[in-house]
Design a protein. Structure first.
Length: 198
């Protein structure tokens, strides 16, 4: 959580001083109760783009942060749906799960790359004493190739978790509100099709 807060300059809201801050805290308090998880910390980070993220070590020790652009440019029912999506990530344990998957896959990449390097070094380069240049070159190439494959697996798994979080957001905030929020976010992140100078 500390690194995410520092990287985004997110400010945790302890004592809300504005009506918008009080609404944000009250909404985030309400959603975890429905999802049966502990109350996460709530933060706001400066960014004109509508965005949000969740991070933390467990379901009951998490942080949900939203951008100033999200609060300023989206309706409250849409912000609630986005918060429901992030609470869905927390409830599903996605932060820890993705970290574990990435770590396990990285371990397998290194392990199998070294095995491939050893086989090529012995079979092709006929090196029987320790590791030769064939081992190191093959291991590096194998790590790149296997690393790409591992990244594709992580991306696929991440996409599945996003779908689950969308379903969680729809369950917590309402299906129509979740659809409206996703459409608004998509429109906000798509580059303008208007030519320069128009």
């Amino acid at each position: 959580k500390w690194m995410a807060k520092r990287a985004t300059r997110a400010q945790v809201i302890d004592e809300p001083r504005t009506e918008a801050g009080r609404w944000l805290i009250d909404t985030v308090k309400e959603l975890p109760c429905e999802a049966n998880i502990g109350m996460p910390e709530v933060a706001v980070f400066p960014s004109p783009q509508p965005n949000a993220f969740a991070t933390g070590a467990s379901k009951n020790n998490a942080l949900v942060a939203v951008s100033t652009g999200l609060l300023e440019n989206m309706r409250r029912d849409e912000v609630r749906a986005v918060l429901g999506h992030e609470i869905g990530h927390v409830a599903n344990g996605d932060m820890v799960t993705l970290t574990l998957i990435q770590g396990v896959l990285n371990t397998f990449v290194i392990f199998f790359a070294r095995i491939i390097g050893t086989i090529v070094d012995r079979a092709v380069f006929r090196n029987e004493n320790g590791h030769g240049m064939g081992f190191f070159i093959t291991t590096m190439i194998a790590q790149v190739v296997l690393g790409i494959g591992a990244s594709m697996i992580v991306m696929w798994f991440s996409r599945q978790r996003e779908f689950r979080a969308d379903a969680g957001g729809a369950s917590l905030a309402g299906r129509e509100k979740m659809i409206a929020a996703l459409e608004r976010l998509k429109a906000a992140h798509e580059p303008s099709t208007l030519p320069d100078g128009v």
